[in-house]
Design a protein around this ligand. Sequence first.
Ligand code: SAM
Length: 329
Amino acid sequence: MPLTDNFGRSIHDLRISITDRCNYKCVYCRTGTNGAAYAELPFEDYLRMARILVGLGITKIRLTGGEPLLRKGIVEFVRDLARLRTAAGKKPEIALTTNGHLLAEIAQPLKDAGLDRVTVSMDAVDAERFARITRVPNGYESVLAGVRASRQAGLDPVKINCVLLRGFNEDQIANFGKFAREERVVVRFIEFMPLEEDRVWTPEIVVTLDEIVSRMAEYLPLEEIAHERSETARRYRFSDGVGEIGIIAPVSHPFCGHCSRIRITSDGKLRTCLFSVWDHDLHELMRRGATDEKLIEFIVKVVEKKEERHHIGEPGFVPASRTMVHIGG
Ligand code: SAM
């Protein structure tokens, strides 16, 4: 019985936030004063949720946060997730989104435990700018070491996610193009969404897909690559065939119509959209002793009501009930 919502979208992509603590205070994400806001669960609770959801058709699990590498025991958790089997008898694809600060040491053990892919967030490719954005000194070298260790461990292709903010880091676009080619990674630019703690978002701050493509073309021309419908990123390769970039454009080119995702927050709530104005307390049901059958019934009902789309930039837009760091990006 695969999970499907009332708009006919099949749901096969799960993101689990395993903590909302973070060791970075990126200026566009956090206020710099707030810390964790929500509880985190023992891994066995996330594992039970994941097992049930894989039984309902989830084929891809991404671990995120907060900063997921702050959780001790993540390697064992990945090993346990890798033992789950989809309806087709396959191991679910397991991915990680991280700021990369603690990645160098743990990339190989994660790969050995069954991690398939890693996405590292980087919003600048020079050390000084990187420190200004993350508000942590000397992070750049650690993250670069994490990216390289991931490639060495065979977590290929390593993806780099970069959020661009006008007047802040859009001058890094060509540098990121160079970085993608030199480090053999896929750089993906993400349009800034109104999910920050500080509520600084305006449409003018967003650096849009069209602008990114034309600025990158000033460095080197790009050719678009065909992409899967459910893929969030539009993909481009440089015209000489070396290097790939992607652009995730939820603001200027929304892809809600083929969204295949649901999320579990660090405190065990089910969220059906980044922009949900409420979430659904799966963990509370578990805590009260619900059987797997009851949990399945709950999940199926919640997923059916997944929001049709987000309303970014529209009059009357209602901000999400949690910000990015507390949902899990
Ligand atoms: N700490 C991990 C990391 O840095 O990748 C995982 C969590 S972080 C919230 C996940 C991603 O969300 C990062 O790439 C971050 O840049 C992105 N992000 C945070 N706030 C955002 C916003 N308002 N709009 C778009 N992306 C955002």
